[in-house]
Design a protein around this ligand. Structure first.
Ligand code: GLC
Length: 522
């Protein structure tokens, strides 16, 4: 087994509630996921990341955990989980599970003990402080979703507790070694059950200013999660890495370092001794614009290359509107974006349904359930053309995305020109070219509105050129004729986002919103 498998695999994110339902209650579950793993393997992805399926009161749909080592009955049982893992492994898929280190549910027995008395042995497992002199919160930190204070006064003991998210999600105190030990046990529990790694939720937040100083008032009302950038995180991350490294199957951790500055994010890779991978939110939130994307690519390389840290790329997840919706809804643009995602240097993370080109569901006010307003991207994945689209009950927990029949996996599997087949072919091209999997990357001089780069195989024998037209007009591109004696006429189109021109020599002209993957003429 390659020690660095996480650099060369495509990771497919599954949001369990929305993926596939086996019981007919309208909520996706673990047996439902297991039944659809073939779809993920057929796509060519090498790993899945499962958002939380642990016991939870579901105030934040599972990111509020009340028992880290139990499956919530809504999602199934531990046996179901074991079956999921063994089925995934049988299909060649690794399994990453969500690890939520920063907070628990307020219904977790640890918090129940902690809030019971100032003298409880677990009091210090969470962050408690006296009110400010005016009786208000201890500092100016803002919680996510709603813009209110990150503190709630608990009448039982007259102190405030910290929660960077909902008041039902109290922050753990990682400065307490007992908390660290307890959370290490959680990792061991899942590693011993065979998982291949973790996606670590807002992991940069576990290192906090011990003095809990105010955030810069000029930056308020930004939530504290995007401002918390502290040295205290690094020894904690090194300990987590040490724990993972002791396992022979090379489990990996990808951190949700929710900072908007790529340089700051890069610090959480340490010197190869902290996170294996980290999400990079600046590009994820970026509009679809050639100039901006060129800068994101440059900045990512500049921040990570000196650390020999490996980039990640993601366009969508369960927290943001789907990128096709954010980029204006056009299928052509979403197809081009898929080429970008799969061909940049780094590990691509894709969010279930993006291979179907899903846009966000329009969720009427009376059906909205998420306190963070994220329902649209969590609409159920449509599997079959005919209603109820592979979901056995009457109505899933959220409305369908637009045109679920046409968008369904069944319909798209039957159409060789579909988005699904584009993703499948892209991943196949990626997996077949060492240059795309692990090669160096050089940005090319390209006209405005186009971003181009060349990937070079580590042994220098193969190169792949990628051109992405971000604009709605055709554009002529001269591919650096001086380099390697290459010119447009010697480059073969091995894949194009709209399927046009494939297996012919590149003409030098990119269609509107078209992306191409080019290789030297055989
Ligand atoms: C992360 C998760 C998000 C969750 C939050 C609190 O940002 O991705 O879904 O609400 O952390 O756990």
């Amino acid at each position: 087994m390659s020690a660095d498998w996480w650099t060369s695999t495509v990771v497919y994110q599954v949001y369990p509630r929305s993926f596939s339902d086996s019981t007919g209650n309208g909520i996706g579950d673990l047996p439902g996921i297991t039944a659809r793993l073939g779809h993920v393997a057929d796509l060519g992805a090498g790993a899945i990341w499962l958002s939380p399926f642990y016991r939870s009161p579901m105030a934040d749909f599972g990111y509020d955990i009340s028992d880290h080592c139990a499956v919530d009955p809504l999602f199934g049982t531990l046996d179901d989980f074991d079956t999921l893992v063994s089925t995934a492994h049988g299909l060649g898929l690794r399994v990453l599970v969500d690890f939520v280190p920063n907070h628990t549910s307020d219904q977790h027995p640890w918090f129940a003990a902690s809030r019971s008395s100032r003298h409880d042995p677990q009091r210090d497992w969470y962050v408690w402080r006296d009110p400010a002199p005016d009786g208000g919160p201890p500092n100016n930190w803002v919680a996510s979703w709603g813009g209110g204070p990150a503190w709630t006064l608990d009448p039982t003991t007259g102190q405030y507790y910290l929660h960077c998210f909902l008041s039902q999600q109290p922050d753990l105190n990682w400065a307490n070694p007992e908390v660290v030990a307890a959370m290490h046990e959680v990792l061991r529990f899942w590693l011993d059950r065979g998982v291949d790694g973790f996606r670590a939720d807002v992991v940069h937040l576990i290192g906090k200013d011990p003095l809990l100083g105010d955030d810069d008032p000029d930056l308020i009302p930004l939530p504290h999660v995007v401002l918390n950038h502290r040295p205290e995180a690094h020894p904690l991350l090194r300990d987590l890495r040490h724990l993972l490294d002791a396992y022979p199957h090379a489990p990996a951790m990808v951190g949700e370092v929710f900072l908007l500055d790529t340089n700051a994010m890069a610090e959480y890779y340490g010197n190869g001794d902290e996170l294996h991978l980290s999400f990079n939110f600046a590009p994820l939130f970026s509009p679809w614009d050639a100039g901006l994307w060129r800068r994101h690519i440059e900045r990512t390389e500049q921040a990570l290359a000196p650390r020999q840290a490996w980039p990640t790329w993601a366009l969508s997840n369960h927290d943001v509107p789907r990128h096709r919706s954010r980029y204006g809804g056009s299928e052509d643009v979403a197809r081009s974006a898929a080429v970008l995602l799969m061909c940049l240097r780094g590990t691509p993370f894709m969010y279930a349904g993006e291979e179907l080109g899903l846009t966000d569901a329009d969720v009427p006010a009376d059906q909205q359930v998420d306190p963070g307003g994220r329902d649209g991207c969590r609409a159920p994945v449509p599997w079959t053309r005919a209603a109820p689209h592979g979901w056995p009950g009457d109505q899933p927990w959220l409305p369908w995305p637009p045109d679920p029949g046409t968008a369904s996996a069944e319909a798209q599997r039957q159409d060789p020109a579909s988005m699904y087949h584009l993703y499948r072919r892209l991943i196949a091209v990626r997996n077949a070219h060492g240059a795309l999997l692990s090669g160096d990357q050089q940005l090319l001089d390209t006209p405005d509105g186009v971003v181009g780069w060349r990937r070079l195989d580590p042994d220098g024998t193969q190169h792949v050129t990628v051109l992405v037209n971000f604009g709605g007009e055709p554009v002529d591109v001269v591919v650096d004729p001086d380099r390697d004696g290459e010119d447009a006429a010697t480059l073969l189109v091995i894949l194009s986002s709209d399927g046009l021109g494939e297996r012919t020599a590149f003409t030098g002209r990119l269609g509107a919103n078209q992306s191409v993957v080019l290789a030297g003429h055989p």
